[in-house]
Design a protein around this ligand. Structure first.
Ligand code: AMP
Length: 227
């Protein structure tokens, strides 16, 4: 019997609104690997009311990151169940201490970094407007109201949720940048950072796909259909 193929240990990084969710789900559609999202892991714990879930809720509700030691313990514990699979981490590591703790246990082969200009992300994330009384949702890019800034049915002015306001979005993006910059540098130094830049997810995706195909041929492709 030959030596078992080496398993892929990958991380995907990208700001909110960078298309990371879409790219991750396409990766899992086309390649045989487990996708571990820290946000999903935390939400699952919150739903089940586990000790970590209860703790995580207090941080998430305040818009804070989960402390590194708790987050690391949770992620590493989950990865123990996935030793025989290829995996892609999404949302973890988010800080340098998390990346360092992960490195003590697993050698990361590749880090897919999605780089979308902040102006484009801001445009995407601030495109949602709502009619407060009915909850009707519009998107300036995909589903605009018939008259700028006004609800189609009542003609009343549309508003933006706090989260979707340019100031809030800019703050979130700045916070992401500050947390993630050291993580990017860390992986850059290790020579595993692979950056994919662009303004449209559909144009970035074929490059990610081609990269995973050539660099990591050991991943089984579930389908031969071109992406
Ligand atoms: P997400 O779905 O990735 O946006 O995660 C939702 C929330 O979970 C974040 O706003 C953080 O509060 C928390 N969270 C997710 N991943 C991490 C992480 N790696 N480190 C710390 N907090 C995290």
């Amino acid at each position: 019997m030959g030596a078992p193929a080496r398993l892929l240990r990958a991380v995907i990084l990208g700001a909110p609104g960078s298309g990371k969710g879409t790219v991750s789900s396409r990766i899992t559609q086309h390649f045989e690997l487990k996708h571990l999202s820290s946000g999903d892991l935390l939400r699952g714990n919150m739903l089940r009311g586990t000790e970590i879930g209860v703790l995580a809720k207090t941080f998430i509700e305040q818009g804070k990151l989960i402390p590194d030691d708790i987050m690391t313990r949770l992620a590493l514990n989950e990865l123990k169940n996935l030793t025989q699979y290829n995996w892609l981490l999404d949302g973890f590591p988010r800080t340098l201490p998390q990346a360092e703790a992960l490195d003590k246990v697993y050698k990361i082969d590749t880090v897919i970094n999605l780089k979308v200009p902040f102006e484009i992300i801001k445009q995407r994330l601030t495109a949602r407007w709502i009619h407060a009384n009915s909850g009707r949702v519009y998107n300036i890019d995909f589903n605009p109201p018939k008259r700028v800034g006004l609800d189609d049915l009542t003609g009343e002015p549309l508003v933006q949720r706090e989260d979707d306001k340019p100031e809030t979005v800019a703050k979130r993006l700045k916070a992401y940048e500050a947390q993630t910059e050291p993580v990017l540098e860390y992986y850059q130094k290790k020579g595993v950072l692979e950056t994919f830049s662009g303004t449209e997810t559909n144009k970035i995706w074929p490059h990610v796909y081609a990269f995973l195909q050539t660099k990591l041929p050991q991943i089984n492709q579930k389908s031969s259909v071109t992406p």
